[in-house]
Design a protein around this ligand. Structure first.
Ligand SMILES: Cc1ncc(COP(=O)(O)O)c(C=O)c1O
Length: 439
């Protein structure tokens, strides 16, 4: 860790936070040293000291086809030769619109930004402009980016009664309290509370935004919940927005809306669409999206629809589409094997822990609670907070054994292999023993 140690020391003096994004240090620090990465290839990432890690962090999801996939690298190289930014229309944006319209059930028109936070920002504007109303309903524990208007009750410990959560600012210092006037925080997976709220306050509510599957907590909607949300949003003239930044192109080509067969009015996506290039999209019903065409709602950004990101995203989607989505089947098979293998190790070693979620992304957690009990953020917070030190010891031991898990999350890619799973399961077993987590 010699080189990483020297870089950590330098960064602490000159880089704000000692990292590019505040959340990062949590997953990549080992004994006070930040591990600096140098290159990635397939399912592996390599640090500056030459250590290899099987990567289940995958930049928190975007690298659905692993690192430096040859098809994506070729497309980017070809585009670099032709220029990275035109700042004006190019044909690639039409091609990516067509792909999204083909795969995403609600997409009748599409637009682009560079990050998920920006795409959410535009979707919220559209909802407000379309309905002429102001308030947005969001759900406790759902993250929609770090912009002032929605970075509320995302990761913070729950506050207030479960049925009426107290909104919590993501950054109490620096974030204006006034944003709380336009946000209502409700418990997710609870149709009754949503219905009551809309019955009383629908006249003020422009939109409902949600993560349709809580991949980061391994939680799926309860049976019938999403259908009820859809019915209620129609009944009360509220725009339903699915934030599919995590789920789109990870769960499948048509994201959570295809998986759950519930179609929102608007969607936003990013991560696994770009396959490692900074790009996001928003889209949905034509009559809402046309507010932009009509010049009523601006959607701006210097880097919007830049040809480099578009070329990368198109090549990434081509890999995913190939042979009728064969890559997804393989990713789900390998992910299932890993999740099942981890569960078996927990059982064998009598460790009180769970592995839950979808094979494309799941979570592990050291808790006395059962996977079935965890159906919303309150329950998840209780579970993850019951033994945070165990999770931390597990993460560190895995990292020492060449497995980069970003505990509690495990992201799969289409290039993780059976051999990765074998090695990982060996590391999981050894880490549990070494960290003293086995009975
Ligand atoms: C569901 C969801 N929405 C929005 C965002 C924000 O995206 P970005 O970090 O690209 O701004 C994220 C990022 O993790 C996310 O997971």
């Amino acid at each position: 860790m010699e080189k990483s140690r020297a870089l950590t020391k330098k960064a602490k003096k000159i880089q704000a936070g000692g990292t590019g994004s505040t959340q990062r240090l949590k997953v990549i620090t080992l004994e006070g040293t930040t591990i600096y990465m140098e290159r990635g290839s397939g399912s592996k990432i390599y640090d500056v000291d030459g250590n290899e890690y099987i990567d289940y962090y995958l930049d928190y999801g975007p690298l659905i086809n692993g690192h430096a996939h040859p098809h994506i690298v070729k497309a980017i190289k070809e585009q670099v030769e032709k220029g990275t930014m035109y700042g004006i229309n190019n044909e690639l944006e039409i091609r990516l619109c067509e792909k999204l319209i083909k795969h995403v059930p609600c997409a009748e028109m599409v637009g682009f930004h560079s990050t998920g936070s920006e795409a959410v920002h535009t979707a919220l504007r559209l909802a407000r402009a379309y309905t002429g109303k102001n308030k947005i309903i969001k759900f406790e524990g759902h993250y929609h980016g770090w912009f002032d208007s929605v970075h509320i009750s995302s990761f913070s410990p729950p506050k207030g009664p479960e049925e009426a959560p107290e909104p919590v600012l993501g950054s109490p210092l620096g974030q204006p309290k006034s944003v709380l006037q336009d946000i209502m925080v409700l418990p997710w997976n609870n149709a009754e509370v949503l219905e009551k709220t809309l019955k009383k306050q629908a006249k003020e509510v422009a939109g409902i935004i949600m993560e349709p599957i809580e991949l980061g907590h391994g939680i799926l909607p309860k049976e019938g919940y999403m259908e009820t949300v859809r019915e209620l949003s129609e009944k009360y003239d509220v725009v339903l927005i699915f934030d599919e930044v995590k789920t789109m192109f990870r769960v499948g080509l048509g994201g959570a809306q295809e998986y759950l067969k519930v179609i929102p009015d608007l969607f936003v996506c990013s991560k696994a669409m770009g396959g490692g290039l900074p790009i996001s999209a928003f889209g949905g019903k034509k009559e809402i999206m046309e507010l932009i065409t009509q010049g009523k709602v601006p959607a701006m950004g210097t880097y919007n629809a830049n040809p480099l990101s578009l070329a990368g995203a198109l090549a990434n989607i081509e890999v995913l589409e190939k042979d009728g989505g064969k890559a997804y089947k393989e990713m789900y098979r390998v992910g299932e094997k890993l999740m099942k293998g981890i569960r078996e190790i927990f059982e064998e070693l009598k460790v009180k822990a769970i592995a839950k979620g979808l094979p494309c992304q799941f979570v592990t957690c050291f808790t006395e609670m059962s996977a079935e009990e965890i159906t919303n953020y309150r329950a998840w917070s209780k579970a993850i907070e019951s033994a945070p030190e165990k999770g931390e010891r597990f993460r560190v031991e895995l990292l020492k054994r060449g497995v980069f898990s970003s505990y509690p999350d495990w992201h799969l890619s289409t290039v993780h292999s059976d051999s990765d799973v074998e090695k990982t399961l060996g590391a999981v077993e050894d880490s549990i023993k070494e960290a003293g987590l086995a009975k």
